[in-house]
Design a protein around this ligand. Sequence first.
Ligand code: 3HC
Length: 322
Amino acid sequence: MTQHGTVMDDEAGQAAFDAVIEADQRIEPRDWMPEAYRRTLVRQISQHAHSEIIGMQPEGNWITRAPSLKRKAILLAKVQDEAGHGLYLYSAAQTLGATRDEMTQQLIDGKAKYSSIFNYPTPTWADMGTIGWLVDGAAICNQVPLCRASYGPYGRAMVRICKEESFHQRQGFEILLTLMQGTEEQQKMAQDAVNRWYWPALMMFGPPDDESPNSAQSMAWKIKRFSNDELRQRFIGMLVPQAAILGVTLPDPELRWDEDGQRWHTSEIDWTEFHEVLAGRGPMNAVRLQNRRDAHEEGAWVREAAAEYARKQALASEGMAA
Ligand code: 3HC
């Protein structure tokens, strides 16, 4: 175990680790770290990577049906970005000793979590706008603070991801704005999609703080910088003026700013629905996993061909070196 290249015992390692966290600096892959810190990061980063990969499906559903060439090109780029995000994140998790094969296997065996939000269907084109506006909007709220996560490879991956998420959010907002300036039918379609995605988007931030088993430790380690409820509140504050510009209604009759409490007052979130989705019983869980399994099986020949090519390249370079 090393800290900047020096072999350390656990006590010295812990002291050096604590000092780095205290000074708000970064832990790097070869530094000493507590086993629980490593495990927490692998858990969060791999779940995040799986979310990006599964997150390609709800929108992938619309690539062949996008209403214009321009919309198709944008959607295609966005879905490809998500694949890229998944790959940066798997790479970040690999620096902690988890292999990509292990993580993929856990996902296709149904043993790994991924974000609840990707278990909802996308029946209309307005869902593309709403996913961009609400889902990517929530992702930005949650992920900008992760750019300052204490683990170097995770924080650095998040910087690029957040830049791309910001384009995703804007393109979604623009789809909705176009629909809201269109016919009555288009406006209804946009409002219907907002009604369906609003509550699941609020659930993306995770359980309430008093039911979030990981938050306190993750915040002490400066992996998370804000609690689930703090980010959810921040997100609502971001949405309210944007909804007014769009002309859509956020589907919560109780929503209002509470001046005394200095917070948004909302109706109760249906946490039963959240737990059902996490338990694999959301509307699209089975379909999402089956698609991922099929893609894995159908892609086996690509992985084999790439491995064979790498083997031949290595042999050729050994030959040259000899
Ligand atoms: N969906 C699925 N599982 C969730 C969840 C959600 N929305 N929210 C929380 N959970 C799970 C946690 O993973 C944890 O399970 P585990 O202990 O078995 O791993 C459990 O519920 C308890 O929650 P905690 O609040 O204690 O867990 P965390 O401290 O890890 O906080 C989190 C949850 C806020 C989601 C945090 O892990 C995080 O910030 N993760 C990184 C961001 C991320 O993964 N985003 C997913 C969306 S990606 C995306 O939107 C892509 C874009 O292109 C659209």
